[in-house]
Design a protein around this ligand. Structure first.
Ligand SMILES: Cc1cc2nc3c(=O)[nH]c(=O)nc-3n(C[C@H](O)[C@H](O)[C@H](O)COP(=O)(O)O)c2cc1C
Length: 349
């Protein structure tokens, strides 16, 4: 079924195809794929019960329009956003590219979104009968903002009481200088967030896979010092050092999908080993199978997310990943995924 829809969608320019997919999903097209999640996959992170450790990464449901429909597929959570205080058009088009031979995407969307007012209204409208799955809100600043820290604080104030967790996105490669928050501006940002928190809603910091090891250590230190609750590893990559088949490798923007799997796993493992068990990690980047998800969990992720493989593999992917996770748990003789978090190590040069 999806192969037919995919062959039609893949004839279209990727952003148009995405918008059509969102409309189809809104109209209930995913009901055909409705699936239950086995209770053995449940994980508790930051005091929140997630029915499955597999979530949809930020950027797919940017405006919080379709998370309820997406839950039908077996996702344990959906991270909505990135949302900015004011509506924003984003960068000029075309700004999304398929690298089909590499099972990858490049995007330079630049936080196109409806803004916080409409986002908050959408969450209220769609949050009815949500069930046990969880929602995250991924926050960013407007490109032309004169005070980006205030933009994040504004987002925190507006969504704290209506979502299960918040992500502070400091790693998009498509907003100029945003990644300064990963280095020189990090402490100022986290101090302000700590001082302005209005509820106990967990706050995760999402980082890029292009960070130097020393910067990762300072990020972990600051996350602990300023009482953030977790870290998401990782966003898309600006690097083009991967051996990619597609010519579109030259496009500017963030690379996602299969080629960034090893890179994001390296960062995840590095962070787990310095953070030990003090902060939970959401592992994201290149997951396209149960084995990929299980590997991230073994390297230290308590939850995983995916985006690009969903575009390539379609709606039945999540149920398959959930099933494969159960088989892998059975093979290892474990009853709970929490038993295997961080049990494997990557070797570093
Ligand atoms: C088209 C597209 C748009 C994205 N938009 C966002 C975004 O708004 N905010 C964000 O934090 N990450 C965004 N991401 C990054 C994903 O959330 C994820 O971190 C990244 O794609 C790596 O996962 P994947 O390899 O499974 O796609 C986007 C990714 C893609 C492909």
């Amino acid at each position: 079924m999806y192969s037919l829809i995919k062959s039609l969608l893949f004839k279209l320019e990727p952003e148009l195809a995405h918008n059509i997919a969102v409309s189809l999903i809104k109209s209930g097209a995913l009901s055909l794929y409705k699936t239950d999640v086995n209770q053995k996959l449940a994980v508790n992170v930051c005091g929140i019960d997630f029915p499955s450790p597999v979530g949809l990464a930020a950027g797919f449901d940017k405006n919080a329009e379709i998370f309820n429909e997406i839950f039908k597929l077996g996702f344990g959570f959906v991270e909505t956003g990135t949302v900015t205080p004011n509506p924003q058009y984003g960068n000029s088009k075309p700004r999304m590219f398929r690298l089909e031979d590499d099972l990858a995407l490049i995007n330079k969307l630049g936080f196109n979104n409806v803004g916080l007012d409409s986002f908050v209204a959408n969450i209220a409208k769609n949050n009815i009968n949500k069930g046990s799955q969880k929602i995250g809100a991924n926050l960013g600043p407007n490109k032309d903002s004169t005070n980006r820290i205030d933009d994040y604080l504004d987002g925190i104030r507006r969504v704290s009481k209506i979502v299960d967790y918040i992500t502070i996105n400091i790693s998009s490669p498509n907003t100029p200088n945003l990644r300064d928050f990963e280095t020189s501006s990090l402490v100022n940002l986290l101090k302000e967030i700590q001082a302005n928190r209005i509820s106990g809603v967990p706050i995760f910091i999402k980082i890029s896979p292009d960070i130097e090891d020393t910067d990762m250590s300072s990020i972990v230190e600051s996350i602990i010092k300023y009482e953030m609750n977790g870290i998401i590893v990782s966003n898309t990559s600006k690097q083009r050092t991967f051996s990619l088949k597609s010519k579109k490798v030259e496009k500017d923007g963030g690379l996602s999908g299969k080629p960034i799997l090893d890179l994001s796993n390296e960062k995840l493992s590095y962070i787990y080993n310095i953070a030990k068990k003090s902060i939970p990690i959401i592992g994201v980047g290149g997951v396209s199978s149960g084995a990929d998800a299980y590997k991230k969990i073994k390297l230290g992720a308590s939850l995983v997310q995916l985006y690009t493989s969903f575009v390539y593999e379609g709606p039945s992917l999540v149920a398959k990943i959930n099933e494969d996770l159960l088989s892998l748990m059975r093979l290892d003789g474990v009853n709970r995924l929490s038993e295997v978090v961080g049990t494997a190590k990557l070797k570093f040069k």
